[in-house]
Design a binder for this molecule. Structure first.
Ligand SMILES: *[C@@H]1O[C@H](CO)[C@@H](O)[C@H](O)[C@H]1NC(C)=O
Ligand SMILES: *[C@@H]1O[C@H](CO)[C@@H](O)[C@H](O)[C@H]1NC(C)=O
Length: 768
């Protein structure tokens, strides 16, 4: 018996030790053979080391490195590597590269991205990335995670039904671009161009935002996208991710764009991501998408053609086995050369070198000291809570409703299928949280609670439990209904048909509100928007909050907002449409712009002008803020490029708009705005200044587009100045129908929030 115990103890010790020291991936200092090889020499330039290694490998070895489950090369002391890990909003175990086990049972689970996006706080997004990569490095050191994370998802949340909209930063390209570059910089830890803390990946390039709707699925979907929409909507976050975020990877999507699978499109990959945006990193396929292109889309006649087409288009790594199986055949058939394969490997191995994977002992490297003690720390968990605080959006608050007070509301009825939610709060692409505080637990810290689910699950197919819920509301001083969705309604591979609340939820809400003795607060836990017009118009419903999927500390954050410990300051990152809108528009239609001729209403606040339930950028506070403009130019002169001074200027014009390429952006002064924000109320709070622009009439579009935002904390009764430096070329240009960026001459209107407008006249400096 005791011997058995001893054995178990010994095993346990081994487990702990093995979790704390990962063997070197390559270039083990104890390996006498590789020690002298150039690829292991830390002091040589990475370029030299990569070429040295590739020069030593034979074709079969190379081909086994083209897939996520890359084989080891034992004769050079190189281990196998699983490229697929995920860290969308915390280290996740969705990919096979990461496992929660041993000394790493969980990781900090931040709110789902749509909730973090609602904070409109770029500092926060970067801070989250820093925490997530600390935990990822710690888990890598312990041998339970990789270093290559296929996050974030920066597709535009174009249609409210999309099941993966929750994973994204919302519908606006400027917002998504800022999110992408901030989160990626946090993850990758930009302390040195040649080093990466972890490698992030912006996905899914491009125009991928339909999973499974009305018989159309992402594996067969051909997204028809105009050059204009590609340039000023779908590609915007990817461009920023590469150029500003300096991301180490981009993932191409399952779908086709204008008849071509994205992973086989040389224009999209080699010419755009690598050529124009200058990606320093690797391009990876979505999982099995090379196989999908051959098996499901029948895009090529043979599998070898699919292998050759993708690698030649610029793909470097296949998530899936396809390239390991068919690349050699493609070379034999003369469709591809070994040099093409070398090029792909140069891109992947360079990233591994920048990660330090060829630098020997992990413990001797930067971040080598991170371990179990650095995961789920109080500071990390507190940032998860702060993020939830900052992401909660107050949508309605009838006078005198919120905040509640423990004195006046000592007993709260907490009702609804999400009232005691835990795992639901972390959404998809999550991991195992450090722990949870459900809404019920959070509210219990402020008041006595009576809990009734009201429905069985969010599907809420029956009203059998309504009686108990109504009774609870009649016995409490206030009622909090926690309703909404979960992954059974909106998820990967599952788009919604309707944006109404499922089943009998609406009926439960109305009946409980009717019976409630005190104020009724509706809390919506869902990623995508819901049409809650009925609740907005019901005088018995005192307040409405949207919390997205608020992460592991969601319940604490909700309670802090309900009781006024925290003043909500989040704003909607997407439009909330009425059901009537979605019932008229096909999800498969990717056109952003409205087209009255075919009765097409357009998409997102930028182009859709019809009725909404709540608009993009909307969110209330317990205090009130006003803006005033302290400084702004009224005229901007654009300098033209030197090489075309005496050209007939009208040749540069189309609709009185000048190509950005023809302007000398560097010598055009920046557009400096100073905005004063005053907190007029009695409570301190944070406010996001949203700045939009509208180009002159008669230009490509007259809609307003977000061009800047800044969040400030303002104490009650005081004022803060926000300074923004915008740029004419970047922020006042629009894509024309050929996808060419132009700046319109004339009066541009700058909108600050809803209440302030300012005109700036943009003119060309002809230099005479
Ligand atoms: C510029 O070009 C237009 C159209 O080609 C022509 O009508 C106009 O006379 C030219 N102006 C000058 C100053 O050359
Ligand atoms: C933005 O987030 C950071 C990090 O949580 C926080 O310190 C800061 O106060 C936030 N800004 C505002 C204005 O709320």
């Amino acid at each position: 018996m005791s011997r058995n115990y001893f054995f178990l103890f010994f095993l346990f010790l081994c487990l702990i030790l093995s979790a704390e020291a990962r063997a070197p991936f390559a270039c083990d200092p104890r390996n006498g053979l590789t020690r002298s090889m150039r690829f292991c020499k830390v002091n040589l330039p990475i370029k030299v080391r990569v070429q040295d290694l590739i020069g030593r490998l034979n074709l079969q070895e190379k081909i086994r490195l083209l897939v996520n489950n890359a084989a080891g090369v034992p004769r050079f002391g190189i281990q196998g590597y699983e490229w697929w890990s995920e860290a969308l909003h915390g280290v996740s175990d969705v990919g096979p590269g990461t496992k929660f086990q041993g000394a790493f049972p969980g990781a900090t689970s931040f709110p789902q991205v749509i909730t973090s996006a609602a904070s409109f706080n770029a500092t926060l997004w970067q801070a989250i990335g820093e925490v997530v990569s600390d935990e990822a490095r710690a888990m890598y050191n312990g041998g339970t995670a990789g270093l290559t994370y296929w996050s974030p998802n920066v597709n535009i949340f174009r249609d409210p039904r999309w099941g993966r909209g929750q994973e994204t930063p919302g519908e606006d390209p400027f917002l998504a671009a800022k999110y992408a570059s901030s989160y990626v910089q946090g993850l990758q830890g930009h302390y040195n161009k040649n080093r990466l803390k972890v490698a992030a990946c912006c996905k899914h390039y491009t125009a991928y935002d339909l999973d499974n709707w009305n018989g159309i699925d992402r594996y067969h979907f051909n997204a028809r996208v105009s050059k204009q929409d590609l340039e000023d909507t779908y590609n915007v976050p990817f461009k920023a991710c590469v150029e500003e975020g300096q991301v180490a990877s981009v993932m191409c999507s399952y779908n086709q764009v204008n008849g071509k699978p994205t992973c086989a499109d040389v224009d999209l990959l080699r010419n755009t991501i690598r050529g124009q945006w200058r990606l320093n990193g690797y391009i990876v396929s979505d999982c099995d998408s090379v196989g999908v292109m051959y098996d499901s889309q029948h895009y090529t006649r043979t599998p070898e053609e699919a292998a050759a087409d993708t690698i030649k288009a610029g793909l470097d790594l296949d998530c899936g086995p396809f390239l390991a199986v068919h690349t050699e055949g493609a070379i034999t058939k003369g469709l591809l050369t070994e040099a093409d394969v070398n090029q792909a490997l140069t891109n992947t191995i360079t990233v591994q070198m920048r990660l330090g994977m060829f630098d020997g002992e992990p413990s001797a490297q930067p971040f080598g000291n991170l371990g179990p003690k650095d995961v789920c720390t109080p500071a990390h968990q507190d940032l998860a809570l702060q993020t939830a605080h900052q992401g909660i959006v107050l949508l309605q608050n009838r006078p005198g409703s919120l905040p509640l007070s423990a004195d006046q509301h000592p007993t709260i009825a907490v009702i609804g299928p999400n009232a005691d939610a835990t795992v639901t709060m972390i959404g998809n692409y999550a991991g195992v949280a450090c722990g949870y505080t459900s809404p019920l637990q959070g509210i219990s810290r402020y008041a006595k609670t009576i809990h009734e689910a009201g429905c069985i699950g969010v599907a809420c197919n029956s009203n059998q439990q309504f009686g108990a819920a109504i009774s609870a509301a009649t016995h409490a001083d206030a009622t909090v209904l926690v309703m909404g969705l979960d992954q059974s309604i909106e998820a990967e591979a599952l788009d919604r048909k309707s944006v109404l609340l499922p089943g009998h939820q609406q009926e439960l809400i109305s009946r409980v509100a009717m019976a409630s003795r005190g104020p009724t607060i509706l809390v919506l836990m869902c990623g995508g928007p819901v049409d809650v017009s009925f609740a907005k118009n019901d005088p018995k419903i005192s307040a409405i909050l949207w919390i997205g999927y608020p992460g592991q500390a969601g319940g604490t954050a909700i309670a802090d907002v309900l009781f006024g410990t925290t003043n909500p300051g989040g704003k909607l990152p997407m439009t909330w449409y009425p059901q009537d809108y979605v019932s008229k528009i096909s999800m498969a239609d990717l056109a952003m712009r409205a087209n009255p001729a075919r009765g097409y209403p357009g998409r997102t606040y930028r182009f859709y002008k019809g009725p909404v339930v709540f608009p993009f950028g909307f969110g209330l506070s317990y205090t009130s803020f006003t803006h005033s403009l302290a400084q702004a130019p009224t005229k901007m002169m654009l300098a033209l490029k030197n090489q075309i001074p005496n050209t007939n200027i009208s040749k540069l014009h189309t609709n009185n708009a000048i190509r950005v390429l023809h302007t000398n952006c560097d010598s055009t002064p920046s557009l400096s705005l100073h905005i004063d924000v005053t907190n007029m109320g009695k409570m301190d709070g944070s406010h996001t200044v949203l700045v939009y622009s509208t180009p002159p009439n008669g230009a490509q579009s007259t809609e307003k587009h977000l061009i800047g935002f800044e969040k400030v904390h303002v104490s009650a009764g005081s004022q803060q100045r926000v300074r923004m430096n915008l740029h004419v070329c970047k922020h006042l240009s629009r894509a024309d129908e050929f996808g060419i960026r132009r700046i319109s001459m004339g009066e541009h209107i700058i909108h600050i929030g809803y209440d302030l407008k300012h005109q700036i006249s943009v003119q060309v400096d002809l230099g005479n």
